[in-house]
Design a binder for this molecule. Structure first.
Ligand code: LHQ
Length: 270
């Protein structure tokens, strides 16, 4: 996988882990349509490639992602008396919504290593991943309200589920910087580690996930997400249906056999 190092997204692979690195460091990895297109393509490629069993998303430079690139002519308002308003919802419909849906439905687990500030849709991208690990110096900013907008790219859905109404409204309305350690305390993200340990910790987490039963992990994500909207009985029935399917899969046989033989399992299903 050879690629120009000035591409907005750098794609690489180590073992069964596909790395996707947002790479516009001079603009704090803000999203352009070019970066969004490449990210969607890279997620699609990773999902279709059987050699990939986990994806790790991170950012190059001092930031994770500053959200939408506000200098993009598609979103930058015209100023002055004759200024024409722009339909920025078009960008959401055509780029952000497909990406958010794709992330949620990835056929492999997705780890996010938040190496610096994650603002606006950059925070939504991070929070939409399965396991979010941040560097101590990283932070999360719901930057939208500062420019007269609302959290998007799944921001309202994610925030309300992750931290509850009171904290979601505090973060979304005030738009203050939330340090990574506080994000862990609030249940917004899974872990916060010293900056020097972020890459190794995130990589080890992705590697571990890559050795695990992929289908079971992906169905776990689906159940956890759907359970929020289900009555208890319906959640029990959905668990039962999916468990039944997994019970027919090779990974279950392999997992149980490895248990009885007191050895590490070798999971293969995807
Ligand atoms: C940027 C950006 C940026 C361009 C830093 N764009 N250049 C919205 C609209 C429509 C449809 C789709 O959805 C959305 C979703 C959204 O994401 S809306 C929210 C957009 N993001 C923001 O409002 C965040 C704007 N950025 C900031 O508030 C700050 O840059 C943060 C707090 C992220 C970091 O602050 P600092 O560490 O002080 O860095 P800085 O502000 O000095 O930025 C460094 C450079 O990056 C600077 O360029 P320059 O040429 O002066 O060095 C910034 O202009 C550029 N940059 N964010 N979103």
């Amino acid at each position: 996988m050879t690629q120009s190092t000035d591409a907005p997204l750098i794609v690489s692979q180590e073992g069964a882990v596909r790395f996707l690195t947002l790479n516009r460091p001079a603009a704090l990895n803000a999203f352009t349509t070019g970066l969004l297109t490449q990210l969607r393509q890279a997620l699609d490629d990773a999902g279709k490639d059987d050699s990939v069993r986990a994806v790790l998303i991170t950012g190059a430079g001092r930031a994770f992602c500053a959200g939408q690139d506000l200098s993009d002519p598609m979103v930058k308002p015209e100023f002055g008396d004759d200024a024409q308003p722009k339909d920025i919802g078009h960008l959401l419909d055509n780029y952000y919504i497909p990406m958010a849906l794709q992330l949620r439905a990835m056929p492999v687990p997705v780890v996010c290593a938040v190496n610096g500030v994650a603002a606006g849709a950059g925070a939504s991208l991070a929070l939409g991943c399965d396991i979010v690990i941040a560097a101590e110096s990283a932070s999360f900013i719901q930057a939208f309200s500062k420019i007269g907008l609302i959290p998007d790219c799944g921001g309202t859905w994610l925030l309300s589920r992750l931290v509850g109404r009171a904290k979601a409204l505090q973060m979304a309305m005030l738009g203050d910087k939330l340090p990574a350690a506080e994000a862990v305390q609030l249940g917004l993200i899974a872990r916060c580690v010293p900056d020097a340990e972020l890459a190794a910790t995130a990589h080890a987490t992705a590697l571990k996930l890559a050795t695990m039963p992929t289908r079971a992990l992906v169905e776990t994500r689906r159940l956890i997400d759907e359970a929020m909207n289900l009555e208890f009985y319906d959640a029990l029935k959905l668990e039962s249906r999916l468990q039944s399917q997994l019970g027919f899969a090779d990974d279950y046989r392999e997992g149980a056999q490895a248990f009885f033989e007191k050895r590490a399992p070798k999971f293969k299903d995807r």
